[in-house]
Design a protein around this ligand. Sequence first.
Ligand SMILES: [Zn+2]
Length: 447
Amino acid sequence: MDTKKVKLTFCGGAGSTTGANFLLESHSTNILIDCGLEQGGGAASEHNREAFPYNPHEITTLLITHAHIDHIGRIPKLVKDGFKGIIYSTPATRDLAEVMLADAGRILEEEAKAKGILPLYEHKDIVEALKLWKKAEYHTFIDLGDSLQAYVKDAGHILGSVMYEISAEGSDKKLVFTGDLGNSPTLFLNDTESIKGAAYLVMESVYGDRNHESKEERKQKLTEVIQDTIARNRTLIIPAFSLERTQDIIFEMNDLVEHNIIKPIPVYLDSPLGSQVTAIYKRYIKNGDDLFDFPKLTFTVHRTQSEAIHTAGNPKIIIAGSGMSSGGRVLSHEWYYLGRKDATLLFVGYQAAGTLGRRILDGAKEVIMGGQKIKIRAEIKSIMGYSSHKDSDHLIEFVEQGQETLKKVFVAMGEPKSSLFLVQRLRDYLNVNAVYPKRGETVELEM
Ligand SMILES: [Zn+2]
């Protein structure tokens, strides 16, 4: 059987969780997998502004795994810098990307204005990027040129998320890019598909060193917090990421109301982006209209509606972005309620170091908001089980399916501590050749 040599470069998302960007070069075709934004402030925003380590003109195809901004956020810059190839993703990812990029673009423009610098990209670059987009359905092949092809598999991470299985014509060696891997089967998405038969694997490792609380446990905790909100006539504020976490929480509440475990109380989804994303979920998921709606759930659009929530009586629940209280409407609710004894703030997602959410979660007694010192009197709670990533044990289980044929596993898309821990576990438990690629490193693979 003929073998084909390809070159794989870890341009981003190696040694870090965010900024996924992998380059696959063969004789006459250059393929990118994801083109994400680095997140987390400091050096990340500098990295985002750097020139790409390849010529965007020479890239023929960009494959997108899913619509989280750390996988798509630099696409408009790629287009601005000269990319004219084809962008492929599932239809859901394309629709989600449109609203996610518009939102990120607005924030980037505001930040640039405040700093007096040029924005990373402008709205017109997003429009140009969308023109290059082609839809690829699950379980179909994408022709990449130079007798290479990509097969589209379900990653079970968020709506529309995929893994790409790349192979050369006439060869049985497959190279799989996982993107992010779902904590699956999730509440309303399919299970992650198997990588049986893969020779090479580029995988995520966000939770390479930790396991999540169980799905029963997290649901029980959420139930208790809501029941307490009702029994003690309180306001419950849930900061939530707009894509996937907001829908997870609404889905779970819908289920609790439908099964009479909690009685319906007013719930406000006070996030324009969260509402747009939920509308896309309703379109793509069977019974989506029923799954993401229940009595007394209100989607607030205008700022005046948002402000009116404060005068509505208790008990009530407010779900708002951003998920780490680093911006968005949740800030005005935290400003109003953090100083009140009849409010509870519930964290349901990761809070990065340096964010307001992290300071509150870590037990700050007071915070400064809008130039005002607020003494925290609200109760602070957290549930960390609503992750959309596989935990350490499930990552191991996932790799185990390909154990017989795997020649090499590249552990990427995680913090160094987490990735290195997973590398060691994969070597010890499965005896597979797992490595930790560095940012910028190139390897040659026989396909
Ligand atoms: Zn993701």
